[in-house]
Design a protein around this ligand. Structure first.
Ligand SMILES: [Mg+2]
Length: 454
C-alpha cells in the first residue's frame, strides 16, 4: 500500500492511530421485520400487500405468533387468538408455520450479513449483531454507515425477499433500542456522544431482559425512563441491583460501550417438549414416541461430545394435569439402551393407574459431562464406536432425508403412528447454538457458543 489514499493516510503516524478508544465501539443490530410473517410472504409472493399472520399451536390455528405490519394495523398482535384475528381482519391470511423454511431463510440472511463486518454474533433466528467498530478507520472510504447499512438491507431484501431493520450504537443493547426506534423507517444511527440524549425519554422496560421486578424496583425510585435513571446516584443503583445497577447507570448515561463478543458457555441441558399430533389414548404408543425422542436427544448429546447424569420426564394429560419424575444415575450415561430402559420404567410408573390420553411429553437431560469420543491409540472404546456411529447416521440422514436410518424405536413410531411419517418440524426458538453450527460448522465441543446481553 502506498500509504496515501484519496481520503487521507491510512498509515497515520503517531502513537495510537490504530487503536480506537473504547468509547467508539460501533455495533449494528439487524432484526427481521415480523420475521415469520415475512418468511411466508417470501415463500409465496401472492401474499405480498395483504395482511398476513402465522398461527401457532397444534394445528396452526391457536394463537398468532407473528403478524405483518398490515395485519398489525387491524389490531392483530402476537398472542391474539387466530379466530379473533380473522374477526378483526376478514380479508387477511392465516398461514401455518413452516419452521424448516424459516430456518433456511434465516441461514441465508446470516450468510449475507456475515459479509458486511469482521464479527457477526447471531442472537436469535432473525436477529444478530455486527461489529462496525473498525470499519470507519480501516474499511470505509467513500461511504457512511447509513449508506453501508442501506446496501446491506437492500441485498438481504433482494436475495431473500426479507425486510430487515437495523440500529447502530456504541453497544449491543443501545443498537437494539435503536432498531426498535427505527421500525418502519429501516435504519437509525445513534451518533457517538448522543447516546444519553437518545435514551432520555425512553422507558426503561425497552431494555431487553429487564424483567418486571427490576422495573418495579426502579419505579419505586422514581425511575421510569433512562433519563430518570441517569440522574440517580450510581451508588444507590449499585446497592439496589449490584453490578447490573452499575451497568444500567452507565448505559443510561451513554457510557456503556462494551465491545461485541461471542460469549462462550457450555451447554447445561438438552431438552425437548412435544405436543403429540393428537391426544394419545394408547400408553404404548406414547411410550414409543418417548423412546424415539430420547434416542434422538441422546444422539445429539453424543454428537456434542456430552453425556448426562440426570433426566427428567414430564407427561401432560388431555385434562392438562401433569406428572413429572426425575432420575439420577450414579455415573453419567450415553447409551440408548441404558437411558431408554430407565425412561421406560419412569414412564410406566407415571402412567400406573392413570387412564387418560397423553397430550404432551417433555424430556430433559441435564447434569452434563464431557464424553470423549475421540479415537485412542491403544484400543477402540465404546465411546469412540458410538461417536462414529452417530456421526455416520447423522451424515446419511442429512444426505438421504431425516428417516433414512432409524433406530428400532423410531421405526416402531413410524409404523404405529401415520402422522409421524413426516415428523413436524420443531419451532426454532433457541437457535443460536444451531445457527453457529450451520454458519461455521460444528462448534469446538469444548467451546460451544452462546451470546448474552448484560
Ligand atoms: Mg424480528
Amino acid at each position: 500500500m502506498d500509504g496515501g489514499g484519496r481520503h487521507g493516510t491510512v498509515w497515520a503516524s503517531g502513537e495510537g492511530s490504530f487503536v480506537k478508544p473504547a468509547s467508539q465501539n460501533r455495533i449494528l443490530h439487524v432484526d427481521g421485520d415480523s420475521f415469520f410473517a415475512s418468511c411466508e410472504i417470501a415463500l409465496d409472493p401472492r401474499l405480498e400487500g395483504r395482511p398476513v399472520w402465522v398461527g401457532g399451536g397444534r394445528r396452526g390455528d391457536g394463537i398468532v405468533i407473528a403478524a405483518n405490519r398490515l395485519a398489525k394495523k387491524h389490531g392483530i398482535q402476537t398472542g391474539t387468538a387466530c379466530f379473533e384475528a380473522k374477526r378483526l381482519c376478514p380479508g387477511g391470511v392465516l398461514c401455518k408455520p413452516h419452521y424448516e423454511a424459516y430456518r433456511d431463510l434465516s441461514r441465508r440472511m446470516f450468510l449475507i450479513l456475515e459479509a458486511y463486518a469482521p464479527t457477526l454474533v447471531p442472537y436469535s433466528i432473525d436477529e444478530g449483531f455486527l461489529d462496525f467498530s473498525t470499519m470507519e478507520a480501516h474499511v470505509w472510504r467513500d461511504t457512511t454507515a447509513a449508506d453501508y447499512v442501506q446496501g446491506l438491507r437492500q441485498r438481504v431484501l433482494r436475495e431473500t425477499r426479507l425486510p430487515v431493520t437495523a440500529g447502530l450504537g456504541n453497544s449491543a443493547q443501545l443498537a437494539k433500542l435503536a432498531t426498535d426506534a427505527a421500525k418502519g423507517t429501516g435504519f437509525l444511527e445513534v451518533p457517538a456522544g448522543r447516546e444519553k440524549d437518545f435514551l432520555k425519554d425512553r422507558p426503561v422496560q425497552e431494555l431487553s431482559g429487564i424483567g418486571r421486578n427490576r422495573q418495579r424496583s426502579l419505579a419505586a425510585l422514581g425511575a421510569l425512563t433512562f433519563g430518570h435513571v441517569a440522574r440517580l446516584p450510581s451508588m444507590l443503583l449499585k446497592q439496589k441491583f449490584g453490578i447490573w445497577g452499575q451497568q444500567l447507570w452507565l448505559f443510561a448515561n451513554g457510557q456503556w460501550n462494551e465491545p461485541l463478543a461471542l460469549e462462550i458457555k457450555d451447554r447445561t441441558t438438552l431438552s425437548s417438549s412435544t405436543t403429540l399430533p393428537q391426544d394419545e389414548p394408547d400408553p404404548e404408543a406414547a411410550l414409543t414416541f418417548l423412546l424415539s425422542e430420547a434416542t434422538r436427544l441422546t444422539g445429539q448429546l453424543r454428537r456434542e461430545c456430552m453425556q448426562a447424569r440426570e433426566f427428567s420426564l414430564a407427561v401432560r394429560f388431555n385434562d392438562f394435569t401433569e406428572v413429572a419424575a426425575c432420575h439420577r444415575f450414579r455415573h453419567p450415561q450415553f447409551l440408548n439402551s441404558v437411558i431408554n430402559t430407565v425412561l421406560e420404567q419412569m414412564f410406566r410408573e407415571i402412567m400406573a393407574g392413570r387412564d387418560r390420553p397423553v397430550r404432551q411429553i417433555r424430556l430433559a437431560l441435564f447434569n452434563l459431562e464431557k464424553l470423549d469420543t475421540h479415537p485412542t491409540l491403544w484400543s477402540r472404546t465404546p465411546e469412540e464406536r458410538w461417536g462414529a456411529l452417530d456421526d455416520a447416521t447423522h451424515e446419511l440422514n442429512q444426505k438421504l432425508g431425516k428417516t433414512a436410518l432409524m433406530t428400532g424405536a423410531q421405526f416402531a413410531l413410524q409404523h404405529s403412528d401415520p402422522s409421524q411419517k413426516q415428523p413436524k418440524a420443531k419451532c426454532p426458538f433457541t437457535p443460536q447454538r444451531e445457527m453457529i453450527t450451520q454458519l461455521w460448522g460444528a462448534p469446538d465441543p469444548a467451546h460451544p457458543a452462546q451470546g448474552t446481553l448484560f
